[in-house]
Design a binder for this molecule. Structure first.
Ligand SMILES: [Zn+2]
Length: 263
């Protein structure tokens, strides 16, 4: 049987709760892991879930909000100190953030000469497709960041350089189509790439559950895992499942930290 699974390290939205850490998912392809976002404390969570830092082949960051990125420095530091990593690591970030991320890591003394392994900080964009022996992956821009800046002209005018991209990920892992939404502005932003999805890992913070389930009721998705929960829905799994049923959405589960899913 092909080895395909994921472990949800964190399932909170921007605000960690008593039972949920910020969002991070380990995709397990057997010999290699891939991190989809790196909310903190993903390094500690990997350790506690028995996941080897040295197996991480690449990290993909959907956007630079702290709840998706802040775990990166500690993960790299843990790779140095705990795992004594020697194998190269790829860190993919939205294209316009590459130099800022390099500076951010350097500020924490995580410069090339201090790592002990080769760290590639690489741009992801809609024009780029990631491909290796385990998976292929495309990146789809959404309006999560843009909307925030549009709503706040002071922010937009003073910090134009901060309007960095935000992406959803669409990947094929050993013949399974997996979609990770990252953070969206609205569910319809999935329209271009949702068709034929085997596993949808979706946020549930920037739209109401009703809007989400209504949208999903017309989609052909085999399995849905919710994560990145708005704090209002933090401990209301039963209620959410009942709501999904009302909209005729089947094969849906509410994620929680530490949950492993085979597919
Ligand atoms: Zn978020």
């Amino acid at each position: 049987m092909k080895n395909r699974s994921c472990c949800l390290l964190g399932t909170a939205s921007g605000i960690p709760t008593k039972t949920r850490n910020n969002v991070s998912i380990v995709l397990d392809a057997g010999d290699d892991y891939y991190l989809l976002d790196a909310g903190e404390p993903c390094a500690a969570s990997m350790l506690r879930n028995g996941l080897d830092y040295n197996k991480v082949k690449a990290i993909f960051i959907s956007h630079l909000d702290a709840d998706h990125f802040a775990g990166v420095p500690m993960l790299i530091k843990s790779m140095i100190l705990w795992a004594r990593r020697r194998t190269p690591l790829k860190l993919f970030v939205p294209r316009r953030a590459v130099s800022d991320v390099r500076r951010c890591l350097a500020m924490m003394y995580l410069v090339d000469e201090a790592l002990g392994f080769r760290l590639g900080i690489l741009p992801l964009s809609e024009e780029f497709e990631y491909r290796d022996d385990n998976l292929s992956m495309t990146f789809h821009g959404n309006r999560h960041i843009k909307n925030r800046f549009c709503r706040n002209p002071a922010l937009r005018d003073k910090y134009p350089e901060l309007q960095k991209e935000s992406f959803s990920f669409c990947l094929n892992l050993k013949n399974r189509k997996i979609v990770y939404t990252g953070d969206l502005a609205r569910p319809e932003e999935m329209e271009a790439f949702i068709g034929g999805t085997d596993v949808l890992l979706s946020e549930l913070a920037h739209f109401t559950p009703e809007a989400f389930f209504q949208y999903l009721s017309a989609q052909n998705v085999k399995r849905i895992i919710c994560l990145h929960f708005h704090p209002d829905w933090d401990d209301r799994e039963t209620e959410l499942l009942g709501l999904a049923e009302k909209y005729g959405v089947k094969n849906i589960a509410m994620g929680r930290d530490g949950l492993r899913i085979n597919f």
